[in-house]
Design a protein around this ligand. Structure first.
Ligand code: TA6
Length: 297
């Protein structure tokens, strides 16, 4: 496409522009009355969302790769159909490294813009019963995401994990607290997946944190006193919340992540992983919906 930009607009206020992004990967730029967003077809990956008058909501690494078969570091990776490691397969599934198809875009009269992307059939999917995976994004003064997976098999259960692995931009990780997970049980990856219970009203950061909170569908809030912002994460169709900051040594081990970038990001991820994995009966659809909204403190 080179420098060409194709505006996909109607007479509604919202605007969608198709263009080449980093690494010449196809990207959709969405502009609404309230906000801007950028979505790569590669991995159906949202890399940018910003409300007017606020700093960007999403962290994107300066060292991220933008290349086929490589995950983008930052934004919102779509994790499907497995979370984490799987013998002989790529970490975190294949959806995040595949080129999704734009099926529909709908600027609404109220100024919101919705996009629907579909994961095409790929060889890696052949070990699963036939399925359809659609991703619906709605951009307005908030960002709403829905991963809808349909089991197209006439007789087999479709088992999978999913997760919207969101990287949030923060002012200073040591000035951040996360509320909404008190009392929830979690698997502590830093402690060999030991099972623990969250005892604190708010989670604070002073070392590597990598936790899978289970059986929780509560909204979670990130309080960032450096930027002066409250980020609210509301979800449906999700029983797991993952909280991650790589801190110092893990940051140094990641080639596509800057050594000091852990200071400016936190992942709070919504999905269904480990014992919360989805077991979808034939013909049914599971919907993982996440709404990200902000307000200044
Ligand atoms: O969601 C947290 C986590 O599972 C961490 O364990 C860490 O590995 C992170 O995901 C990033 O994974 P990636 O494959 O993108 O390097």
């Amino acid at each position: 496409m080179g420098d060409a930009k194709v505006e996909l607009t109607t007479n509604a206020p919202g605007k969608v522009t198709f263009m080449d992004g980093c690494g010449d990967l196809p990207m959709l730029e969405v502009t609404t009355l309230w906000s801007t967003a950028e979505i790569y077809l590669h991995g159906a990956h949202v890399t940018h969302f910003r409300k007017q008058g606020e700093p960007p909501l999403l962290f994107l690494s300066q060292c991220s790769r933008f290349a086929e078969q490589q995950p983008i570091r930052g934004g919102i990776p779509v994790i499907f159909p497995w979370f984490g490691a799987r013998e002989g397969m790529a970490q975190h599934g294949f959806a995040r490294v595949k080129l999704w198809e734009l099926k529909e875009f709908a600027p609404a009269p109220d100024g919101s813009v919705s996009l629907r992307l579909r994961l095409p059939d790929v060889p890696e999917g052949s070990s699963f019963p036939p399925f359809t995976a659609d991703y619906i994004l709605t951009v307005n003064d908030a960002l709403t995401l829905q991963l809808a997976v349909t089991n197209n098999s006439p007789d087999e259960i479709l088992s999978f994990e999913n997760c919207l692995h969101t990287y949030f931009e923060v002012g200073d990780i040591t000035a951040v607290s996360i509320q909404g997970l008190k009392g929830a049980s979690y698997l502590d990856k830093v402690a060999g997946f030991a099972q623990k219970t969250e005892m604190d009203d708010a989670i604070r950061f002073g070392s590597e944190i990598d936790r899978i909170y289970l059986n929780t569908s509560e909204p979670v809030e990130i309080i960032d006193t450096r930027i002066g912002r409250r980020i609210r994460i509301e979800k449906q169709g999700s029983l797991s919340t993952v909280v991650w900051n790589p801190w110092i040594s893990k940051s140094q081990q990641m080639p596509d992540f800057g050594n000091e970038e852990y200071e400016r990001m936190v992942c709070v991820e919504s999905g269904n992983v480990a014992s919360n994995m989805v077991k979808l009966p034939p013909g049914e659809t599971s919907r993982l919906t996440v709404k990200l909204s902000t307000s200044m403190l």
